[in-house]
Write a protein that binds this ligand. Structure first.
Ligand SMILES: [Zn+2]
Ligand SMILES: [Zn+2]
Length: 310
């Protein structure tokens, strides 16, 4: 069975929104649950526009506490309260967000009817943040003007597949197939052993998404993203403004491409564009000169990472 792994861009502007672009936010749909990365202004409206179910969001990862990356969160929380959400929410963010949210709720006299678990990533390289049923997440200290974290979400391996193409499968009870798909052997009442290696093939390859914004390019982090399927990277400026990128804690499109190439990721998504760029094609073309599999974070665009099995 196909498991969802669909990333949709909700916003990709740097600080100032433009007519076409909202502030940073991306939604990763994993099927029964979704994960939100940053929550810039307008995130709720974008979820509605692209018909994405906000109620499915189980986790929110915030890169840093510049307002264009989290200011939409309070709106989401208040809407969920009005709509009667009771599913727990996990928010991963640098220190300070819990205080900000609590102050906003307290002054507004709002008590949420659902639990929020706040987690603060540990500064450093490749630090474990979360270990959930479907995925785990590791964090990376980035280089920006305030504490800022990159996140790498890795899917957990799914079930093994019954080897239907190897011919007739023996007629076994349901429990046997459950064990075989979980990678365990089955022994019937006569003592006959059915090996999972004979009757199943391996699980689908795992899929990974990395979210690296806002940051000066960090080439030393590239080895941690080897084979990552999708990398969203800060690409605020074109190459002629690389000094400005450096001073402001951002990257150029070419730097993002160099990082993607060094890491060996499969696809690069450029984002966090300066509002000075109406047409984004020149940024893409600069990056594609270095890393051909480069795409633009255009609002509403989705990236599906399909597995081999259907
Ligand atoms: Zn920003
Ligand atoms: Zn920032």
């Amino acid at each position: 069975m196909q498991r969802n792994f669909q990333l949709t861009v909700l916003g990709s502007s740097s600080a100032v929104p433009t007519h076409e672009r909202n502030q940073t936010s991306l939604l990763l749909d994993l099927g029964s649950q979704s994960v939100l990365f940053d929550a810039g202004e307008g995130v709720q409206k974008q979820l509605i526009t692209y018909k994405l179910k906000a109620q499915k969001i189980s986790h929110v990862f915030i890169s840093h506490l510049h307002p264009d990356h989290f200011i939409g969160l309070i709106g989401l929380l208040c809407s969920w309260e009005l709509l009667g959400r009771n599913r727990k929410l996990t928010i991963v963010a640098p220190n300070g967000l819990q205080e900000i949210i609590n102050l906003q709720l307290q002054i507004a006299g709002i008590t949420l009817g659902f639990v929020i678990d706040y987690l603060v990533p540990t500064p450093g390289l490749d630090m474990p943040v979360l270990d959930e049923f479907r995925f785990d997440v590791r964090s990376f200290s980035l280089s920006h003007r305030v504490a800022c974290f990159g996140y790498l979400l890795s899917e957990k391996p799914g079930e093994r597949h019954l080897a239907v193409d190897k011919g007739m499968l023996p007629s076994l009870p349901y429990e046997a197939y459950r064990l075989l798909k979980a990678g365990r052997d089955f022994q019937d009442i006569d003592g006959k052993i059915y090996s999972h290696l004979d009757l199943t093939t391996g699980p689908d390859p795992i899929r990974q998404f990395a979210f690296f914004t806002d940051t000066n390019v960090q080439l030393h982090l590239a080895p941690y993203l080897l084979d990552c399927d999708l990398l969203y990277h800060d690409a605020t400026f074109m190459d002629n403004l690389k000094e400005k990128a450096h001073e402001t804690g951002h990257s150029t499109a070419i730097q993002a491409a160099l990082f993607a190439k060094e890491a060996g990721v499969k696809k690069l998504i450029l984002g966090h564009f300066s509002s000075r760029y109406g047409n984004l094609e020149p940024l893409r073309s600069e990056a594609q000169g270095v890393f051909p599999e480069t795409y633009l974070a255009i609002e509403g665009k989705s990236f599906n990472i399909n597995t081999i099995h259907k």
